[in-house]
Design a protein. Structure first.
Lengths: 198, 107
């Protein structure tokens, strides 16, 4: 990489800083390269010894006092030029509806998942209650008919067992859904934050 | 060397490199390199900090058809070196304590 390529990369990495801060670090690094070249190094060697641009960008941004980072309105203008803003406004019927559609798809997806989970819980509750009722109630039936009573007690145990089994699965499914939602929310937040600082 | 310890030493080393005469970025790195390793990207924030703390002043000199920034130590910069040296007695005391407590017992 030569000097001008390096400086261009550095500049594009620092766009979130005020102009004078960008200029300061560009003059600093350009002077460093010039001095190394004057000292006998080749331009590409001099650039290479400075390290990766990403690292430099990170350190410059993190080391710039916050007061100076926000000292001057950032170059927001460069991000959305006037024609782009007009396009955004004119295109709003399209992208707004797409956004709304996306939002409602996500919402309905969640409604579906939620209702499935609620249904599963009610099945579990029915199995557990029904099973318990059958087991507890079977002695009464045994009085009138011993065979039916035994069959009912067996059915009750099977229902109760199935209920416990399904409860496990349902709880795990709920946890997974919650975790996935957190993950999704996190991703959204990240994407949003990135767009804000970019 | 411990990163935190080095961090504190760097500022004083940069000021020391300016003590006898004004200097510029690349020469500061070269002059201090036998004692402490300062990379370009470490030096930059240090110079900025020292400048905003009024420990050094900056001026530009034309050199080979381009501008080079020279750094000049201020009185408060010199005072900072003095304070560092004074504080070092305390560090030596602590060093002594650590040495006698940890290595002295083995003998």
């Amino acid at each position: 990489m030569n000097k001008s390529e390096f400086l261009k990369l550095l500049e594009s990495g620092l766009t979130e800083l005020p102009n004078n801060e960008i200029k300061k670090s560009l003059t600093y690094y350009s002077e460093m390269i010039d001095d190394r070249v004057e000292d006998g190094e080749s331009e590409s060697d001099a650039v290479a010894t400075l390290g990766s641009v990403d690292e430099i960008v990170k350190s410059v941004i993190s080391q710039t006092p916050l007061s100076e980072q926000i000292g001057e309105p950032v170059k927001q203008k460069n991000r959305f030029s006037v024609p782009v803003i007009i396009l955004i406004i004119l295109g709003s019927p399209i992208w707004l509806s797409i956004l709304l559609a996306l939002f409602s798809v996500i919402l309905s997806l969640y409604a579906t998942i939620a209702s499935i989970i609620i249904a599963l819980y009610s099945v579990v509750a029915a199995l557990l209650l029904g099973g318990a009722g059958a087991v507890l109630g079977s002695p009464i039936i045994m009085y009138s008919n011993i065979h039916t009573g035994i069959a009912v007690i067996g059915a009750g145990f099977i229902m109760f067992g199935l209920g416990i089994f399904m409860a496990y699965g349902t709880v795990i499914l709920t946890k997974l859904t919650i975790r996935f939602t957190c993950f999704l929310g996190h991703k959204f937040k990240l994407a949003f934050a990135k767009r804000k600082t970019a | 060397m411990d990163a935190q310890l080095k961090h504190g030493l760097l500022e004083v080393c940069v000021l020391t490199a300016l003590f006898k005469e004004d200097s510029y970025g690349y020469r500061i790195i070269k002059d201090t390199s036998p004692y402490i390793k300062i990379s370009e990207s470490t030096l930059y924030p240090i110079l900025r900090r020292l400048e905003s703390g009024n420990y050094l002043s900056v001026y530009s000199v034309e050199h080979n058809g381009r501008l080079r920034k020279y750094y000049k130590i201020t009185d408060s910069g010199k005072k900072k070196i003095e304070e560092f040296l004074d504080g070092w007695d305390e560090v030596m005391n602590i060093h002594n304590y650590i040495v006698t407590e940890t290595r002295g017992k083995e003998e």
